[in-house]
Structure formats: structure tokens, C-alpha cells
Design a protein around this ligand. Structure first.
Ligand code: NAI
Length: 304
């Protein structure tokens, strides 16, 4: 029997009408999950919505013998978030699994980004993750069980040109996921974050400058590659929380935020000057013996 089974589990996948979200939903449903397929339809900028995308995925799941219902609300408002989670409660009585996947993209050079292009991305990625996760977390806490997967991006954590709005939004998702993991821990709620790279309509919005230095040899980029990790993280087989995983071109890897041992100025020594910093910059930057703090408190506890 597979270690990754969702019999009796209820999942919500946002932005599940196409691309990665559809693949995640099909994977969860094929392993027994009852799934809410949320998608407002529309193009990659998030405009021009409709019901067809979500309904089509629901039909696919039902045709394969699974259980699914549609929701067409935007993740980007508190009402939308509540409605998405309520759809799970009304149809299936609870929510065990939330895959925060909905996303939009509007690439431009940093100084060309309009307020609309900035706000639209923060609204869907950051606010959307807040507004769906809050009501989901409330129900999970009542049940003492939850698995939440956030979707960030290598663009957000490592940087990617012409994607400042997208990167800032995805960095926000990472910050949110850290706190949800910490606050969820006492309630059996595990939260992890993925940095995917897969072929979907989003990649079509990239231009050649953005791919400079990337390998050109063929490699796996199927959405199903991402869904394998998402399903694992959403299952009982996963007992870890507060972690980050990258999946790109067939490589699955852990990504982490570390801190170097650094250079310490003792309490009885004079306050450091800029020249002192200059003199110790190599020691400050030295990666040998780095730590991966599990919270702000753990980071500060490292300081002598
Ligand atoms: P996609 O454009 O095919 O899928 C995104 C889905 O979200 C669409 O179906 C869209 O209708 C839906 N959506 C957009 N705004 C929404 C809203 N306000 N409420 C509800 N649904 C909404 O793109 P893809 O590639 O499948 O992206 C899925 C997630 O993965 C996104 O969060 C994206 O930023 C992230 N990602 C994708 C990468 C890739 O290589 N494809 C790389 C890094 C991150």
C-alpha cells in the first residue's frame, strides 16, 4: 500500500483549473481525497474570469471515479477566502489539506512596474494566501489536524530579473508560511513551502533575457513532477513542517535559510565602528558552521 493516501481526507486546491493546481488536484483525488477545485478562470494576469476551468477539472476527477466540487471565487479577498473554505465544509464537512497554489504574473523591468502590476500580484499571492489560510487554519485547529502547502518561487527567494512584483509577492508567501508553521505546530498543522519550476502558461510570459545562464538540455518539467512532492507534503507520510523544497528539471532539493556563526562584539567591548565591520567582514560572511534557526527566537538564541 502507498504511504501517500488521502482516504477520508478533504483538500482545497486554489487555482486548480489549470497548470500545477490541476495536476495537484488530480494527484490528491486519485489517492482518495475529496477535493475543492477553486479557480476564477481567466488569463495569466488574473483577468477575465469564468467557471469553465474549475468545472472541467471537477469533471475529470468525477470521470475517474473521484469526488470534487467547484468554487469560482477569487482568493484575493477575505470573502473569497471564506467562501472557498466554506465550500469544503458544506460539501465534505471539514478541511484537512490546503494547497495554496493560485497565482498571476505581470513581468516588467523594475522601474516599468505600474502600481496596478504591483498591487495585483501582492493581492493574489500574498493576500490570497492569507485569506484562504485563515479560515482553513481555524477549521484545522478545531480538528487537530492540517497539512498546508504554500507555493513560493525561486524568483522570490533567489531573485529573477523583470519580476520584482512577483518576487516580492513570493517572498511574502515564504514569510507567511514560516509563521503559519510555528502557530500550527501545537495543533497538528504542518505547513511547508515549494519552489516549483514546471512548464505551464506562466513560463510563456518570460522573455529570453530572463533565461540567460539557464541550462538548455531537456529535463523533466511536467506539472506532475511538482505534484509528487505536493502530495507527499500533504500526506501523513510527511511529519516535517516549516521547510522549503525546490523542484526543478527533475531535481528535488531542500532550500534553507541559514545564519553564519558571525563575528561577536562582547558586552564589555566598545561598540563596533564601520571600520571594525570592514576588518571582520570575511568572518561575518564565513559559512563554516552555519545554523538553520527554526524561528526568530532560535536565531537570537544563537547569539552569545
Ligand atoms: P497557471 O497560470 O497555469 O495557474 C494559476 C492558476 O491560478 C490559474 O488557473 C488561474 O486562473 C488561477 N488564479 C489566478 N488568480 C486567481 C485568484 N485570484 N483566485 C483563484 N484563482 C486564481 O500557472 P502555474 O504555473 O500552474 O502556477 C501555479 C503556481 O505555481 C502559482 O502560484 C505560480 O506563481 C507558481 N509557480 C509556478 C512556476 C512555474 O514554473 N510554472 C514557477 C514558480 C512558481
Amino acid at each position: 500500500m502507498s504511504a501517500v493516501s488521502f482516504t477520508g481526507r478533504v483538500a482545497v486546491v486554489t487555482g486548480a483549473g489549470g497548470g500545477l493546481g490541476r495536476a495537484h488536484a488530480l494527484e490528491l483525488a486519485s489517492r482518495g481525497a475529496k477535493v475543492v477545485i477553486n479557480d476564477l478562470g481567466g488569463d495569466i494576469s488574473g483577468e477575465n474570469g469564468g467557471t469553465a476551468m474549475a468545472d472541467q477539472v471537477v469533471e475529470e476527477i468525477r470521470a475517474a471515479g473521484g469526488e470534487a466540487v467547484s468554487n469560482y471565487d477569487s482568493v484575493a479577498t477575505p470573502e473569497g477566502g471564506r467562501s472557498i473554505v466554506q465550500t469544503a465544509l458544506d460539501a465534505f464537512g471539514k478541511i484537512d489539506i490546503l494547497i495554496n497554489n493560485a497565482g498571476n504574473i505581470r513581468n516588467a523591468a523594475f522601474t516599468d512596474l505600474t502600481p496596478t502590476a504591483i498591487d495585483a500580484l501582492l493581492a493574489v499571492h500574498v493576500n490570497g494566501a492569507f485569506y484562504v489560510t485563515q479560515p482553513a487554519f481555524t477549521n484545522m485547529r478545531e480538528n487537530g489536524y492540517g497539512r498546508i502547502v504554500f507555493t513560493s518561487s525561486a524568483a522570490g527567494l533567489f531573485g529573477s530579473i523583470q519580476q520584482a512584483n512577483y518576487a516580492a509577492a513570493k517572498g511574502g508567501v515564504f514569510g507567511l508560511a514560516n509563521v503559519v508553521a510555528l502557530e500550527g505546530a501545537p495543533h497538528g498543522i504542518l505547513a511547508n513551502t515549494i519552489l516549483p519550476a514546471a512548464l505551464s502558461r506562466m513560463g510563456a510570459d518570460m522573455n529570453e533575457d530572463q533565461f540567460v545562464g539557464m541550462p538548455t538540455t531537456p529535463a523533466h518539467a511536467e506539472p506532475e513532477m511538482i505534484s509528487a512532492l505536493v502530495a507527499y507534503l500533504a500526506s501523513d507520510a510527511n511529519t516535517r513542517s516549516h521547510e522549503l523544497y525546490s523542484i526543478a528539471r527533475g531535481r528535488y532539493a531542500r532550500v534553507f535559510m541559514g545564519v553564519t556563526p558571525g563575528w561577536h562584539v562582547a558586552a564589555d567591548e566598545p561598540v563596533a565602528t564601520p571600520d571594525d565591520v570592514a576588518a571582520h567582514i570575511d568572518q561575518i560572511r564565513d559559512l563554516d558552521g552555519y545554523s538553520i534557526p527554526g524561528s526568530m527566537n532560535e536565531e537570537f538564541a544563537l547569539v552569545r
